[in-house]
Design a protein around this ligand. Structure first.
Ligand code: TYM
Length: 334
């Protein structure tokens, strides 16, 4: 049985990219695998979070997991800060990872921007906590969107260095599971930027809690070019010169489980106005019921919290003995 781990930050505005790139696959992977799905609240506070919002968003991500079909009985659904082993192992990894490795992390550079000196230390060592999340369970497979690839490479490096330093094949070398073409859903306003929770424009993303009218409006206003839907011919253009057109086709393909070639066959040459109606229809059909279910769950915080509490207990049962071994290997007296 393969052990799968993945995490989502409770930083608000969960969107279609989070769903297609990660959360949808959580449910698809649950059969026959041993899965842990974590709301990574400790990662969230690497940038400022309003405490009341953080609580609400932690429940919202949990609700999204459940509404997407993750079964909290078969799988372990929990929030990171309630399992102290994550922070404990992250400290060990702070002492294993090298400054040079972290200096190469593009996401830190993007998030810290020009104000690097002002970024939290937590944001800098973020990837070590992520390695700890995964390796505290010796998970081997990690379903994520494309943007997390570099962090998973660091996880592999940390595991390898720990194993080499202490002369024991203790941690597995993880495999990223970057599952389909929707591993990188782009902004609806700018096809060269990824769809993101932190984009100032709400029109850049479809939020999982958007109602059908909002979804329709956002897709109608999504940026495209004057040419018809690409049909696969050289004149139809490429992802490089028509990023917005290809993004909408990829979103449609992912929502309908079709390849880009299928979408080109059915819609190539048509006007975007017609194609956007088709995209709206499937987006509303797939996301509408999920948004309603998320809202229903969020209206019952007691239930959501009980799901997390059950997950926390089971997560600790796995991570506790692994941390005991880590401390023994490192040479800490127990
Ligand atoms: P986060 O919270 O930013 O995003 C959650 C998941 O959504 C994916 N994603 C996307 N996929 C496709 N297109 C997009 N535009 C898009 N935007 C986001 C992300 O790749 C991710 O899979 N560092 C992680 C959280 C984390 C984690 C972990 C993940 C912490 N520990 C351990 C896996 C394993 C993050 O910030 O994800």
């Amino acid at each position: 049985m393969t052990r799968i781990f993945s995490g989502v930050q409770p930083t608000g505005n969960l969107h279609l990219g989070n769903y297609l790139g990660a959360i949808r696959n959580f449910a698809r992977l649950q059969d026959g695998n041993d899965c842990l799905y974590c709301v990574v609240d400790m990662h969230a506070i690497t940038v400022w979070q309003d405490p009341a919002e953080l609580k609400k968003n932690t429940r919202e991500v949990t609700a999204a997991f459940l509404a997407a079909g993750v079964d909290p009985i078969d799988n372990i659904v929990f929030n990171q800060s309630q399992v102290p082993q994550h922070a404990e192992l992250a400290w060990i990894f702070n002492c294993v990872a090298r400054m040079g490795w972290l200096n190469r992390m593009t996401q830190f550079k993007e998030k810290a921007g020009k104000h690097r000196e002002n970024a939290s230390v937590g944001l800098y060592v973020y990837p070590n906590l992520m390695a700890a999340d995964i390796l505290a369970y010796k998970a081997t497979h990690v379903p994520v969107g494309e943007d997390q690839k570099q962090h998973l490479e660091l996880t592999r490096d940390v595991a390898q260095k720990f194993n080499n330093d202490f002369g024991e094949e203790f941690f597995p070398i993880v495999e990223p599971l970057i599952l389909d073409s929707a591993a990188r859903v782009m902004s609806l306003r700018d096809g060269t930027k990824k769809m993101s929770k932190s984009d100032e424009s709400d029109y850049s993303r479809i939020n999982l809690t958007d109602d059908p009218e909002t979804i329709e409006l956002k897709i109608r206003k999504a940026r495209t070019d004057p040419d018809p839907v690409p049909d696969g011919s050289p004149e139809g253009g490429t992802r490089e010169n028509r990023p917005e057109a290809f993004n909408l086709m990829e979103i449609f393909g992912a929502l309908t489980d079709q390849t880009i070639a299928d979408v080109q066959r059915d819609y190539g040459g048509q006007q975007f106005s017609a194609f956007k109606r088709a995209v709206t229809e499937v987006a509303v059909e797939k996301l509408g019921p999920m948004g309603l279910e998320m809202q229903r769950l969020m209206a019952d915080p007691g239930y959501v919290d009980s799901v997390l509490a059950g997950g926390v207990k089971r997560a600790k049962e796995i991570a506790g003995p692994i941390l005991d071994d880590v401390y023994r290997i490192v040479g800490f007296l127990r």
